[in-house]
Design a protein around this ligand. Structure first.
Ligand code: UGA
Length: 437
């Protein structure tokens, strides 16, 4: 079995490396010659724990290769995955499918023998049909099937998510295509992973429904957190108390500064547009999008309030800039709203992120980037935690207090316990947690 993986972004690179680990021969293809050259040298373009080792061992075993030559990779493949980006289209929020369609056309030109063409990118309902049409029109003689196989991995835990998923979803029209997909995912059959076979269109919708549901779940607990702040109740205990109900589930109930990343913001918007156009508006998701946008900005007000109502002339130390830990991804990170709002309010910002500084520097100017956790605290008027990297979980609060001008801590991820902070003499503000004097 041979795969061509078109696109070496997050999904393409992780899926390619993981399929090769399953024993399949994988050729990862990208137009970006510089990226392919770096991959040849063993340099991984993204920070994802374990990915470098996985790539290295499969390249060594001869199962994983990288190329810019799409034609050759597709010609020898039994299965071609389209894993290119589907960013938000400027202006209307729809997914921009131009990369998917361009890939489909190029793939069509190089197909040899029966090939399964799989959309792995997150694509709106109807994209599989459109890909099929493009291939059919470009190569009326081609023998192929189009399959939808969305990916549910999370950044930061991508390899484990791929290797041990809760389920695999496959939208396929023919038995031949289903058979190829079953063979590919054989190692997951062996560990009894549920595989959901459905139509291409339903599979496409499942991906959006999953992401928008999770975004709504986070937004729900974020609003409950706001309510907790008014009522003097604790969102941490509310999440625990409701999450233990199996119908609700305890995951994705961590209140915070609002969801970010490369997926939830664009996928919620895209499904909202699809639903509006289909005449079945998803009002709940429209509201989720609106609440989440406003929430990120509101976090700056929360910080300003914790600093006594003004940050004019004050220095704010920030820990964590990426949209979540264990990634260097800054896309739609809450920090992109919070930091500029603090600067606008007259603050000087010093920030430290273990892996994100390089990406952050491209997007956040006018701030100082520190090299370590404690370095940024020196002489600062307040400390703010935006991203819950593990190394921020066990701070030495005596040291923190000695470095800060005033012991103010705003913890936007509820990493610390209000009681512990009160005992340590820290003026603590969490999200939806009672403040203890
Ligand atoms: C998300 C989905 O979880 C994956 O299943 C999906 O495959 C992926 O999008 C995608 O479509 O490619 P990801 O964006 O990598 O994965 O990260 P998540 O762990 O889902 O976090 C998304 C955002 O929600 C982050 O900003 C995170 O901090 C926030 N979040 C998450 C919370 O604020 N609270 C929570 O309880 C969970």
């Amino acid at each position: 079995m041979r795969i061509a993986m078109i696109g070496t972004g997050y999904v393409g690179l992780v899926s390619g490396a993981c399929f090769s680990e399953f024993g399949v021969h994988v050729t990862c293809v990208d137009k970006d010659a510089g990226k392919i050259e770096r991959l040849h040298k063993g340099e991984i373009p993204i920070y994802e724990p374990g990915l470098d080792k996985l790539v290295e061992q499969n390249v060594k075993a001869g199962r994983l290769t990288f190329t810019t030559d799409l034609k050759a990779a597709v010609a020898e493949a039994d299965c071609v995955f389209i894993a290119v980006g589907t960013p938000s289209r400027r202006g209307d929020g729809h997914a921009d499918l131009s990369y998917v369609y361009a890939a489909a056309k190029e793939i069509a030109e190089s197909l040899t023998g029966y090939t399964v063409v799989v959309t792995k990118s997150t694509v709106p309902v109807g994209t599989g049909r459109a890909v099929e049409k493009i291939i059919r029109e470009t190569r009326p003689d081609a023998e192929f099937d189009v399959v939808s196989n969305p990916e549910f991995l999370r950044e930061g835990s991508a390899i484990n998510d791929f290797m041990r998923p809760d389920r695999v979803v496959i939208g396929a029209r023919t038995d031949a295509a289903k058979e190829v997909m079953k063979q590919l995912y054989r190692p997951l059959y062996l560990i009894e992973t549920p595989i959901v076979f459905t139509t291409v269109e339903t599979s496409e919708l499942i991906k959006y429904a999953a992401n928008t549901f999770l975004a709504a779940k986070i937004t729900f607990i974020n609003e409950i957190a706001d309510l907790c702040e008014k009522l003097g109740t604790d969102v941490h205990d509310v999440a625990k108390g409701i999450g233990l109900d199996g119908r609700i589930g305890k995951k994705f109930l961590h209140a915070g500064p609002g969801y970010g990343g490369s997926c939830f913001p664009k996928d919620t918007l895209a499904l909202v547009r699809t639903a509006q156009e289909a005449g079945a508006p998803l009002r709940i998701i429209e509201t989720v999008v609106d609440i989440n946008d406003k929430r990120k900005r509101a976090m700056a007000d929360k910080i300003i309030a914790a600093c006594g109502g003004s940050v004019q002339g004050k220095t704010i130390a920030i820990l964590g800039l990426t949209f979540k830990p264990n990634t260097d991804d800054m896309r739609d990170s809450p920090s992109l709203d919070i930091v500029p709002a603090l600067i606008d309010a007259g603050a000087t910002v010093k920030a430290y992120d273990p892996e994100g500084a390089h990406e952050a520097q491209k997007l956040l100017s006018g701030i100082t980037y520190g090299n370590s956790t404690y370095e940024v605290m020196e002489g600062a008027d307040a400390l703010v935690l935006i991203t819950e990297w593990n190394e921020f979980r066990a701070l030495d609060f005596n040291k923190v207090k000695s470095l800060l001008k005033s012991p103010i801590l705003v913890d936007l991820r509820n990493v610390y316990e209000p009681e512990t902070m009160a005992k340590a003499g820290i003026h603590y503000t969490g999200v939806g947690r009672p403040s203890i004097a």
